[in-house]
Design a protein around this ligand. Sequence first.
Ligand code: NAD
Length: 366
Amino acid sequence: MRFQLAILPGDGIGPEVVSEAVRVLRVLSHFSDCEFICNERPIGGAAIRAHGTPLPEHTLQACLKSDAVFLGAVGAAEFDHLPTQQKPEAGLLGLRTALGGFANLRPVASFPAIADCSPLQRSRLKGVDVLFVRELLGGLYFAQPRGFDHEGDSAFNTMRYSRHEIERVARIAFEQARTRRRKVTSVDKANVLETSQLWRRTVTRIAEDYPDVKLEHMYVDACAMHLISDPARFDVVLTENLFGDILSDEASAITGSLGMLASATIGGSVDLYEPVHGSAPDIAGQGIANPLGAIASAAMLLRLSAGMHHEANDLEAAINQVLEEGYCTHDLARPGKHVVSTSEMGELVQQRFAEMLDRRFAYHAV
Ligand code: NAD
């Protein structure tokens, strides 16, 4: 199988973590007929420097022709003075819109090996395994009108959702729940916002098509509290764009480092995979970034776009094993652990992944 992958390293630590994820994916070609054809293109600040725009046409075309897109991160302080539409982040928003992916999947789980990095007590972390399904193309980030008036003395954004936008992302949440513990928590602010009232009505109706999945509704403020006090109560959390952005970052603290978290954006013409973190300019170029969020995003790609479920499980198990062996990057450093660089961490995961694939393919050859 030949799999066309558009690689967009982006800015800051983006190129550092993406190269490790790509190296891990290439391990697969030694064990199967799966070949990843990687087509690297600039986006964000790197694209502004090279081509004067955060999303060059050749980058967009390469993405649209691919089987999947793999992105690092965008953002650089040197472009802070530019208008919103010309900043590096505009490249990512433009790409998301063009690809059409409306459901952003962000898994958050606790790893026992790094439980002491979490601000939560170990007892609260037991069994934490949450999947955020965040609506990504609607709500405050996209709806019109938006802007400034009164010569910049007031500003406004619009929260708008259609029934169709809610239905399609809700179906993805219920489908995902069927592969997990069969529970969806739909998060809104229906006591105040009309968009949330439509959200709640629509999700309740879609739930009728999934009688095997339990649905609960929760206000966003209560959800923010429960994520800290009892995160294990959640399975799939379904929510709109802004709430999902904030809640999933809050939940990232559970794991112990933002650098651990993966994401997939699905539902459009081409799926997009990226670690949850940004370009982290404070640590860029030092070889200390944690590549595990990017590598875990590669595991999501194997599962959701390449249909390689066993290999995705093996890659996640390889990440877990390296952590269990006591290796960690700078962000997870603590006494008694072996701190390694970005590339050393990538190398370790590659080795453990190769060992697992070796066992799997040897077993099938018997
Ligand atoms: P950030 O995620 O880049 O960094 C937040 C903190 O987490 C920093 O201290 C950073 O060092 C640390 N961190 C992040 N990823 C890490 C990793 N892999 N390993 C170790 N430590 C890691 O968020 P920020 O500082 O708010 O934003 C920096 C830039 O990134 C901004 O320009 C912002 O717009 C952009 N950004 C981009 C994306 C994206 O491309 N999807 C997402 C968020 C922020």
